[in-house]
Design a protein around this ligand. Structure first.
Ligand SMILES: [Zn+2]
Length: 416
């Protein structure tokens, strides 16, 4: 080894003959010290790099972001008691049996799958309540260390059982924030009546302010016009001066409002700078739930991303943790059918998902971290259509994961 220090003028890695969205022809992507240092027409004029990844005309994209997932629950479906069909009760029963090591193992397995699918940043909602205690949090902190070479993981302390309904959650949330959770979560839906739901939202913000952390809150999870917390969260965000620091997920009630109410709420969400994460599996998950109004929100300038939420757990038996799975479902379910639709769906798991959790905008950019995915197909539309397909995930310029469902050999770095 020692190639990089001996020959500093040579890039760490050259991705040869790839395609970058929005650029004509094939390009070579140079990577040094974990950063993209150049993108130039292929073949590169510069001296060949010692290590080469042959993209062979495949798409080179920035890696994906998973903005809403519950890894503490991953692969726990087998623990569900037979005959219990209420998702909330089922998930509660399952988590009562969690141990720290069990959560750490299952979460690690899920995050490795996400890496294989091209994810290098993930926001994890972890149950912190009287049933789970801090077990899920400790398991998740351990899992985060195990996958630190694969991705950045943000942890949201999530009171799944409520705050009014579960008064013991308050102290646990605060302890979770002291122990390493970076955000406070919420789920007003679980409370009994609108007043209790508003009190839940206010309390989440109180905790956020006390700990100087951002908010990531589940709102309006059912497709029902009586779900009105999205507008209240927007108002509370403005009142607290928390613009740009709040992510709201699901937001299904908006879909059922009449046009005047919907326009008013969308304007309030835009003014408050709320970031929205829709959950496309809502369409499949026993309903009645929907996809919010992503097009109207985007038209108002709101950041809208798509998250996985659940996989093989008490809430949802299936799931793939594949960003392109979410993008494809959003593409169909949200009615994106114009020329830009593939890009809109792609960005909901790429640039917009990143911005939603505090990351950067844009695709492959010089000077940015070389967190990339190399496909064996030339463009986004083909990658979406041929999902899951063959992928190679790079994290800070290193190949960390790959998947191959084509039967052909996985891509390998050739050289030192
Ligand atoms: Zn969720």
């Amino acid at each position: 080894m020692g190639v990089v220090t001996d020959m500093p003028q040579i890039p760490d890695l050259l991705i040869r003959a790839g395609r970058v969205h929005g650029r004509d022809g094939q390009v070579d992507v140079h990577i040094r010290d974990g950063l993209v240092t150049d993108v130039e027409p292929s073949p590169a004029k510069a001296a060949p790099a010692h290590r080469v990844l042959e993209a062979a005309g495949g798409l080179v994209s920035r890696s994906f972001t998973e903005p809403h997932y519950h890894p503490d629950k991953a692969y726990s479906r087998r623990l569900a008691p037979p005959g219990l069909y209420d998702g909330f009760a089922r998930a509660r029963t399952i988590k009562a049996g969690f141990t720290v090591e069990d959560v750490a193992d299952r979460a690690t397995r899920a995050l490795r799958l996400a890496s294989v699918n091209g994810v290098t940043a993930l926001r994890a909602n972890v149950d912190v309540d009287s049933v789970a205690g801090l077990t899920g949090l400790h398991g998740m902190l351990a899992a985060r260390e195990r996958v630190a070479h694969l991705m950045d993981v943000q942890i949201v302390a999530f009171p799944q059982e409520g705050l009014g309904r579960d008064p013991g959650a308050r102290e646990l949330l605060e302890e979770a924030l002291r122990l390493g959770a970076g955000l406070v979560g919420g789920w007003p839906n679980v409370e009994d009546g609108a007043d209790a739901q508003r009190a839940h939202v206010r309390e989440v913000f109180d905790i956020a302010e006390r700990f100087a952390v951002d908010v990531d809150i589940h709102v309006d999870c059912m497709i029902d016009a009586s779900e009105t917390m999205m507008e209240f969260v927007a108002a509370e965000t403005l009142r607290r001066g928390y613009q740009g620091r709040v992510l709201a997920s699901h937001c299904c009630g908006l879909e059922m409002y009449d046009e005047a109410d919907a326009a008013r709420v969308v304007a309030a969400v835009a003014e408050a700078g709320l970031r929205i994460v829709i959950v496309p599996i809502n369409l499949a998950d026993g309903g009645p739930r929907g996809l919010s109004r992503p097009r109207e929100l985007m038209a108002a300038g709101v950041v809208v991303a798509a998250g996985s939420d659940n996989m093989n757990d008490g809430w949802y038996a299936l799931g793939t943790l594949d960003p392109l799975d979410r993008a494809q479902t959003a593409y169909h379910g949200a009615g994106f059918h114009d020329d830009a639709s593939v890009d809109v769906a792609w960005d909901m798991v790429g640039s917009q998902a990143s911005v939603a959790i505090g990351g950067r905008d844009g695709d492959v950019l010089i000077g940015e971290s070389a967190d990339l995915v190399v496909f064996d197909v030339p463009d986004r539309a083909t990658a979406l259509a041929s999902m899951p397909g063959r992928r190679t995930t790079l994290r800070r310029g290193r190949v960390v994961s790959s998947r191959d469902t084509t039967g052909s050999p996985a891509l390998e770095v050739v050289g030192a």
